[in-house]
Design a protein around this ligand. Structure first.
Ligand SMILES: Cc1cc2nc3c(=O)[nH]c(=O)nc-3n(C[C@H](O)[C@H](O)[C@H](O)COP(=O)(O)O)c2cc1C
Length: 657
């Protein structure tokens, strides 16, 4: 062998050793972590059990699911045997025949409505009439809501009442939290004595005194920490669409993701006249080559991905090769109840871009978990303080106000978790929901989304966009530069915005800002029906639109002017809040036109559709109350009741956010 060949040989050997070492090092770290977990678990091992507790969640964007996961961990620490269940999988016999301990975390969506995954369950308990049918159920409920909405925590409250009505025994106080201010604090406060109280009323069983090997082995499954490994593989990344049928149970939001469908972005354009106050993007999505079908003004879910530049930075911080593919291998002990965070084989890049939300609002629980990952005592104390009830003010000023996210804290506290730990620390990215601004009658193959971009100005003057906003900005840039790769994952959801097909029903649409989206869809539908000569067609259209400046954020201006000209829109009222000395909003215009509103809505049995911000929705409903009070000559309370009934009858239809 000549010297050159020897040198090449040595070089290759070093290269192989380096690669093996890289993987070995990673595996060693994982193994160390596992050993540590087992030691910890061993320490906690107990033969006492308080039995099973089932944690059900009714969730749209994942928070109620997260709360159930937190309770599940605490249940283990307190010698219960928890299982977290999606309400969409509920079985009636579980409640009517079983002798079960149940905790429900119930979010409210729509206008006081159940979340999609809880619809069937709620419909069932609401209509279930057999006295004492739940007599063997011990339960408690935590409701997740937002005081900005009129029907605050309707689902939490009503679920609690229905369980009571059906004879279930509440074994811990009902609790609820407000996402407008202090949801996680409310949750922490509510659960403070949960396990102590439950332990007082449940007789424990000492399994060591029993011969029931099954029960004992089941109980021994209580361990904490990451239950899976991400093992490097040479295999290609899985096609995520195939994960739909792979028989695995996926985490709640991941399940939504894999059931989404990939379509092409056809175009994106800016809708505002100038960007002094922000940006509104309008995106056309092409449904050709998909089997997706939609209906006018339905809701669309967009499964946004993290900004690629940020993914690179996170990858670098975690010392990861983004192109490496990994296989998710579940620890034997956990396999039975394991919920997969994503399908695999998968590249590290896909994990970070599609599934890990490291940019969103931080939970205090995450700070607590981060504290466990640092060996710097000062940092540990600081993180624990920020996560504690006593650190509420500091959390608000340091984390919440400064919009700090998980990645910011990893850098600030120099924490480098393993990929497994990082996956555990991050919530999954939740899909963003939009009201569609197009009509399938006009074009069934093109669906459009109108998004007012979310941008926060940080202390250092930089701008931080929301995940979905940045995602659309990147699409816009890509398309402008003629680049390819414009595929987007989407799904459809029903909405309450459906047009009456009776031409005698006049409709009033109130949609300032991007709240105009469904009403553009309505106008398109009416126009298309007229063009096609279909005589079952909606009747008189009145639209109230509002924005800051006539020459700034008056989105869809040309379309609206055209609809007025062609008679699709019978009346258009616009409120430009900042174009004159005193502010004018849509609700002010409604009061100005009170007589017309009264006649159209009350005398001619019209419908009112309201879309946009919750605060606007409340002001519009207030304006309606005032109009009713005046024209019906009734008092404030009666007017309140009157309008409430109209909402129940779906004569007033709202979609607010
Ligand atoms: C479109 C929308 C509608 C909502 N409607 C209500 C409501 O009617 N009443 C309420 O109390 N909270 C309402 N909320 C607030 C949610 O219940 C709250 O944010 C909750 O934490 C979400 O939990 P989840 O992430 O598990 O879905 C609504 C939120 C959204 C985005």
């Amino acid at each position: 062998m000549d010297t050159e060949n020897i040198l090449i040989g040595v070089g290759i050997a070093i290269f192989i050793v380096a690669i093996v070492f890289k993987f070995l090092k990673k595996d060693t770290v994982i193994e160390e972590a596992k050993v540590e977990q087992k030691v910890q678990a061993k320490k906690k091992e107990s033969t006492i059990t308080y039995g099973k507790v089932t944690l059900f969640f009714g969730s749209q964007s994942g928070t109620a699911n997260k709360f159930c996961n937190i309770l599940s961990q605490e249940a283990l620490d307190n010698d219960f045997e928890p299982s977290v269940e999606d309400l969409k999988d509920f079985k009636q016999e579980f409640f009517t025949k079983g002798d079960n301990l149940v905790i429900l975390c119930m979010a409210t969506h729509g206008e006081g409505d159940p979340t999609d995954n809880a619809k069937e369950f709620f419909e069932w308990i609401k209509n279930y009439q057999e006295d004492n049918a739940f007599k063997n159920i011990r339960y408690t409920v935590f409701g997740l809501g937002n005081t900005q909405y009129e029907h605050y925590n309707a689902m939490g409250r009503q679920t609690n009442q229905h369980f009571e009505r059906l004879g279930a025994k509440r074994v811990y106080k009902y609790g609820e939290g407000d996402d407008n201010s202090s949801l996680e604090d409310d949750f922490n406060e509510w659960k403070e004595n949960l396990w102590t109280e439950l332990k007082k009323i449940i007789t424990p069983i000492d399994l060591s005194k029993q011969n029931d090997q099954n029960a004992a082995s089941h109980h021994n499954k209580k361990k904490s920490g990451t239950a899976f490994k991400l093992v490097p593989t040479e295999a290609a990344e899985i096609n995520f669409d195939n994960a739909k049928n792979d028989g695995k149970k996926y985490e709640f939001l991941t399940d939504g993701y894999i059931h989404g469908t990939v379509a092409n972005v056809k175009s994106i354009k800016e809708l505002r006249q100038n960007n002094n106050d922000g940006s509104t993007l309008h995106m056309e999505i092409d449904l050709k080559n998909t089997n997706l079908k939609y209906k006018t003004a339905m809701n669309i879910e967009i499964f946004a991905e993290n900004d690629p530049a940020l993914v690179e930075k996170v990858g670098a911080h975690l010392n990861l090769d983004l192109n490496q593919r990994v296989e998710l291998v579940v620890d034997e002990e956990f396999i039975e109840k394991f919920k997969y965070p994503f399908p695999s084989p998968i590249s590290v890049r896909s994990i970070l871009s599609k599934f890990c939300d490291f940019q969103g609002q931080l939970m205090k629980k995450t700070l607590k978990d981060l504290a466990k990952l640092t060996s710097n005592e000062e940092h540990k104390t600081r993180l624990e303080k920020l996560a504690s009830a006593a650190g509420k003010k500091e959390f608000d000023s340091e984390i919440y106000q400064k919009k700090k996210c998980l990645f910011d804290l990893l850098k600030e506290y120099q924490i480098v978790p393993t990929l497994e730990q990082f996956v555990d620390l991050c919530p999954r990215i939740s899909p963003r929901l939009f009201t569609i601004s197009s009509s399938d009658i006009k074009n069934p193959e093109i669906v459009t989304v109108t998004d007012s971009l979310v941008a926060d100005k940080l202390e250092d003057g930089s701008i931080k966009h929301g995940i979905c906003s940045k995602y659309l900005i990147n699409f816009n840039n890509k398309l402008k530069n003629g680049m390819t790769g414009n595929r987007i994952r989407v799904g459809f959801k029903t909405s309450s915005f459906i047009l009456p097909q009776d031409s005698k029903t006049p409709i009033i649409m109130i949609g300032p800002g991007t709240g105009i989206a469904p009403f553009i869809a309505f106008c398109q539908e009416k126009e298309a029906l007229l063009e096609k000569g279909i005589n079952i067609c909606p009747g008189e259209f009145t639209l109230y639109f509002g924005c800051r400046h006539q020459n700034g954020d008056f989105i869809f201006r040309e379309e609206l002017e055209q609809y007025v000209k062609s008679g699709i829109l019978n009346k258009l009222y616009t409120a430009f809040s900042r174009d004159q000395g005193s502010k004018v909003y849509v609700q002010d215009l409604m009061i100005k036109n009170e007589e017309e509103i009264y006649n159209t809505f009350f005398e001619r049995n019209g419908l009112i559709y309201i879309c946009g911000a919750t605060a606007m929705g409340e002001s519009v409903v207030n304006a309606l109350r005032k109009i009713v009070q005046k024209f019906k000559n009734i008092d404030e309370q009666e007017a309140h009741k009157f309008v409430e009934n109209l909402e129940k009858e779906k004569r007033i239809i709202k979609e607010l956010w």
